[in-house]
Design a protein around this ligand. Structure first.
Ligand code: HEM
Length: 350
């Protein structure tokens, strides 16, 4: 077979390859649209999935997470982003859809030379040690029962809930851990430079819609961005060239943290209340104070801009965020007998 692919009929082989890719792309689009509907219904998860098998799970996750957040206020943002980046890995390659489903499956936690965490967009992702700390305690209480994927989803919720001392959203559980982690599968992560259609498409690829995009972007009400994610909006080489979608005053604020095109360091995503999970992100976007180009892009589309306006109301924001987090937490999960339950979240088959 291999000899035939390498042999004289190069034209035939090329045609066969082209056909295969066309079929794969069409299939990918079909799977993406089908997924959009699927996320509205439960993929086999449940509230209190571990009620009998690990009754102390909720309190262990909350206790460990809250203790760590108490001494490190950067953690809610880190854990929320970690969960998001776990869910947004790519399924659309020629073979993968049939053999491995990849979504919220804790694959981002795996350590190996080419794992997801080595991909460019994941280099600034953190919070792994919190998941390890929780997992150690959960394994002591209920060995071999609770997946790392569920612990990650719960820790993201509890890290944000520290501010409110109550959960902002509920987490369905019953996910299992996926064995595949490849940096090359992180291509569907949205780029901050992609523009409105680009980020919308990235969400559509994971079965999420415009409402989800606008609601979940509100996560940028906490946390930081590296200067490299922002400086293309401020400089063109050595010259100052400010993105017209940025207010002059806010551009100045950003430049005080990132003074030139290659500055190291970080800026707060929400210049006003960077540690508060509130709806000020949306006011920022309307006031040309969205930090990333992708934040500013939400005000460039009429339907999105109307939603941004609505979500400046904190009650509406919390409700919308909660609904969309539940949908995001369902993206291509492994349930039943698929995947595995890892004892160590960083190691397959452990
Ligand atoms: C709309 C598409 C999105 C884009 C383009 C995007 C892009 C980014 C970028 C570039 C950063 C800064 C990374 C760095 O420079 O080091 C960031 C940070 C962050 N993102 Fe997003 N993101 C998006 C959606 C989301 C979603 C859906 C969530 C969660 C539900 C999220 C949560 C966060 C958080 C919390 C941070 C701060 C992390 C920290 O402080 O450690 N983002 N995002």
């Amino acid at each position: 077979m291999g000899a035939r692919w390498r042999g004289g009929d190069a034209g035939g082989a090329a045609a066969a390859t082209a056909w295969w890719w066309v079929a794969a792309v069409v299939l990918c689009h079909l799977l993406s649209s089908a997924r959009a509907g699927l996320l509205e219904t439960n993929p086999g998860l449940a509230y209190n999935f571990y009620q009998k098998s690990c009754p102390s799970l909720d309190s262990i996750v909350r206790q460990v997470t809250w203790a760590q957040v108490a001494s490190n206020p950067a953690l809610p943002a880190r854990l929320l982003r970690l969960h998001f980046h776990d869910c947004f890995v790519q399924t659309c390659t020629a073979l993968v859809p049939f053999f491995f489903v990849q979504g919220c499956d804790a694959s981002i936690l795996l350590d190996n030379a080419q794992s997801e965490k080595t991909a460019g967009p994941n280099l600034s992702v953190g919070g792994y040690e919190v998941i390890d700390a929780i997992k150690t305690q959960v394994e002591q209480a209920c060995p071999g029962v609770v997946s790392c994927a569920d612990i990650l989803a719960m820790a993201a919720r509890d890290a944000v809930s520290y501010q409110f001392k109550a959960s902002l959203w509920q987490v369905e559980t019953g996910r299992r851990d996926g064995p595949v982690s490849l940096a090359s599968n992180t291509g569907t992560l949205p780029s901050p430079f992609a523009g409105f259609n680009g980020i919308l498409q990235s969400f559509a690829n994971r079965g999420l819609n415009l409402t989800d995009l606008v609601a979940l972007s509100g996560a940028h009400t906490i946390g930081v961005a590296s200067c490299s994610s922002v400086t293309p909006r401020l400089f063109n080489g050595n010259a100052t060239q400010v993105d017209p979608l940025l207010s002059a005053a806010y551009a100045k604020t950003l430049m005080s943290s990132c003074p030139n095109a290659t500055a190291p360091g970080t800026v707060n995503l929400d210049g006003g209340t960077p540690f508060k999970f509130d709806s000020s992100y949306y006011t920022n976007v309307l006031n040309k104070q969205g930090t990333l180009a992708s934040d500013a892009a939400l005000a460039q589309n009429a339907a999105a801009a109307q939603m941004v306006q609505d979500l400046t109301n904190p009650i509406k924001f919390y409700a919308a965020f909660s609904m969309s987090m539940k949908k995001m937490g369902r993206v291509d999960v492994l349930t039943g007998t698929k995947g595995e339950i890892r004892k160590q979240c960083r190691k397959v088959g452990s």
